[in-house]
Design a protein around this ligand. Structure first.
Ligand SMILES: C[S@@+](CC[C@H](N)C(=O)[O-])C[C@H]1O[C@@H](n2cnc3c(N)ncnc32)[C@H](O)[C@@H]1O
Length: 275
């Protein structure tokens, strides 16, 4: 049988994923199917490994066939939503509890399926993400942070399975109003928080956050590193739409890496996983 892989683009990134894959031959909403084994992609939220087409005669036949393959399933239903929901309702419930940031991701395998048409299911018992459609929902901190931006940092750290250890120095570029800086500070790190704009007062007053109100390209930022040599660093560069283009973002990252090099800081060594 020909090997193929299905890639579910992150919400709003289907064109980027199509461009990245180059040769996807079938599109189904945000799900793109390409020949061959799974590839590393930046724009896929979830990768469906070895998806199979299954012909189904009815809603209960679909549920029976899915259950025979695997226990836990997440549905992706860009079309035929009602029919897909009725099938999903006949499958075992998958916990919809939001994740506490410090908790490990679920370990049970989670398959993904979709209805290509009323009689054809595309199903993959194994996927790259243990979260339904690759989307993590966290128990949110509704009192501390000035915005919900910290959720992006939590998601990134959860997906890479690493987080800065207490005592580390973190350089947060483009940090205002301070969601990421506040989240890094909560992990016990010392944060150098750089932005031309001010931090929210509740973040600015936190201990261990040092705000530098300047451009991330500032000469003196690169010229006068404050760090003791060999401390490890997590660098979070945000600023997407406000910065305009990828070229600017790359320049910003290069500026940060030259800053860290001059400070005698090398890349982080192995760290314990979160938990
Ligand atoms: C999306 S916001 C960052 C949100 C922040 N990470 C948080 O968690 O609250 C982008 C920030 O980048 C800052 N920014 C853009 N270009 C910059 C530059 N060249 N130097 C410093 N800050 C910059 C903007 O002032 C803006 O506050």
């Amino acid at each position: 049988m020909t090997v193929r892989t299905a890639y579910l683009a992150g919400d709003g990134f289907v064109d980027e994923l199509a461009h990245e894959l180059g040769d996807a031959y079938l599109g189904h909403g945000r799900l793109l199917i390409a020949a061959g084994p799974p590839r590393l992609t930046a724009w896929a939220a979830n990768v469906w490994l070895d998806p199979q087409e299954i012909v189904v005669a009815s809603i209960s036949d679909a549920a029976t066939k899915l259950r025979a393959l695997q226990r836990n399933w997440a549905v992706y239903a860009p079309r035929l939503h009602r029919r897909a929901t009725l099938i999903q309702e006949q499958l075992p419930k998958v916990s919809a509890k939001p994740l506490v940031f410090s908790a490990p991701p679920p370990s049970a395998p989670l398959g993904s399926w979709t209805l290509l048409d009323a009689e054809t299911i595309l199903a993959a018992p194994h996927c790259s993400s243990p979260f339904p459609n690759g989307e993590i929902r966290f128990v949110e901190d509704r009192t501390g942070p000035p915005s919900r931006a910290y959720l992006k940092l939590w998601e990134a750290l959860t997906l890479i399975g690493r987080r800065p250890a207490p005592g580390e120095i973190c350089l947060d570029l483009g940090s205002s109003p301070g969601g990421w800086s506040g989240a890094l500070q909560q992990m016990g790190t010392h944060v150098i928080s750089v932005d031309r704009a001010a931090l929210a007062p509740e973040i600015a007053r936190l201990p261990s956050i040092e705000h530098r109100r300047e451009s991330v390209f500032a000469r003196r930022l690169a010229a006068s590193p404050p760090f003791p040599a060999r401390n490890s660093v997590t660098c979070s560069t945000t600023s997407t739409s406000s910065l305009g283009s990828n070229r600017v973002r790359i320049k910003q990252m290069l500026s940060a890496s030259s800053f860290l090099r001059k400070a005698g800081i090398r890349g982080p060594g192995p760290r314990p996983s979160p938990g």
